[in-house]
Design a protein around this ligand. Structure first.
Ligand code: NAI
Length: 332
């Protein structure tokens, strides 16, 4: 397994997830690869070949967040990695976690975001046309739109989900988002058992805040998927608890939705739940169902007990105290 701790809170939360996975008894040979702001600047390389070589060997990775400088500096490692390995499907399950106080105490939120992960405005094609005028290209292709739509519908059918909602802005971007929506409609025809709906992204954002319990599977191009993921994380208690997977034909890299959280890095207080739940998704991907269930149940039990909750969800436990509580239950 390739383990990329990343930077900021990354090393703290990935260590917690690694300890919990090891506690399940599944034997994993962790290949640790350093990829963070410091190594990127030192090597002057966003994605060193040894990282790709490791992922090409192991096929599966668990990754912490990596910092990307804002308005300048090197390009995003995360985007580069997803493109290099063609990790086209970003899957982000967002569930109510019993024991976490939210504004939505009385409803059960259970939705999954399927974010196209390789193109859109994240293609990184930007240039200055003339001074003070820049152009960013939004790339949408039939191939990428069809495969993420197909992934979402197939997942919905295999996992007993009832509805896929395509989220877009095709009323304005008639060609690019228009193509994305047409591909979703075309795919929907092959899945008559799954209800298909469409929502314009601004309306979708309002409805998610008003009635999040009504949503099931959400299919989106890259940018909306990125933004709406954080919005939906906010509905269930924040970024500390929402996991994710980047899946391609040949590789899968599991990582939380959150970033490197520089505001709390190094303090030992980050919530490792999101990376732990990403590791649970990883164990399922590896076919280790029993270990995945045991780790998942231990995490949810710690929340229900409410004695060892991290600060972002209203508790006072450190990263290590929360992790130890999870491990005790895994081994019980
Ligand atoms: P962020 O997700 O790092 O933090 C947003 C807020 O949520 C902060 O207040 C932070 O303390 C809190 N938070 C996030 N994760 C938490 C956790 N596990 N436990 C407790 N609190 C948590 O977003 P921000 O600040 O916008 O980005 C920081 C850096 O992370 C940027 O350089 C950004 O590019 C990078 N980033 C990397 C990602 C990745 O590697 N996949 C994804 C998102 C952002």
């Amino acid at each position: 397994m390739t383990l990329i701790p990343g930077d900021g809170i990354g090393p703290e939360v990935t260590l917690a997830a690694q300890r919990a996975v090891d506690a399940t008894g599944v034997k994993i040979d962790w290949r640790r690869c350093e990829l963070n702001e410091e190594t990127i600047l030192r090597k002057n390389e966003v994605l060193p070949p040894e990282i790709l070589a490791s992922l090409n060997r192991t096929k599966v990775g668990l990754k912490g967040p990596v910092t990307t400088p804002i308005a300048g500096g090197f390009p995003s490692v995360n985007v580069a990695l997803r493109k290099a390995l063609d990790l086209f499907a970003n899957v982000r399950p967002v569930h109510t976690l019993k024991g976490v106080k939210t504004r939505y105490q009385d409803v059960a939120i259970d939705l999954i975001i399927f974010r196209e992960n390789t193109e859109d405005l994240y293609a990184g094609l930007e240039h200055e046309v003339v001074p003070d005028v820049v152009e960013s290209l939004k790339i949408i292709t039939r191939k990428a739109s069809l495969r993420i739509a197909e992934y979402a519908f197939r997942y919905a059918r295999a996992n007993g989900r009832r509805r896929v909602t395509a989220v877009h802005k095709a009323n304005i971007m008639k060609l690019s988002d228009g193509l994305f929506v047409r591909c979703a409609r075309e795919t929907a025809l092959q899945y008559p058992d799954i209800e298909y709906k469409e929502l314009i992204v601004d309306n979708a954002s309002m409805q998610l805040v008003m009635r999040p319990e009504k949503f099931d599977c959400l299919l989106m191009p890259n940018l909306y998927g990125d933004i709406v993921s954080d919005l939906t994380a906010g509905l269930v208690g924040g970024l500390g608890i929402v996991p994710g997977a980047n899946v391609g034909e040949h590789h899968a890299v599991f990582e939380a939705v959150h970033g490197s959280a520089p505001d709390i890095a190094g303090q030992g207080i980050a919530n490792p739940t999101a990376v732990m739940l990403s590791a649970v998704m990883m164990l399922r991907h590896l076919g280790e169902r029993e270990a995945a269930d045991r780790m998942h149940d231990a995490i949810t039990q710690v929340y229900q007990d409410g004695k060892h909750l991290p600060g972002d969800v209203g508790g006072t436990a450190s990263t290590a105290e929360f992790t130890n509580a999870v491990i005790r239950l895994i081994q019980a």
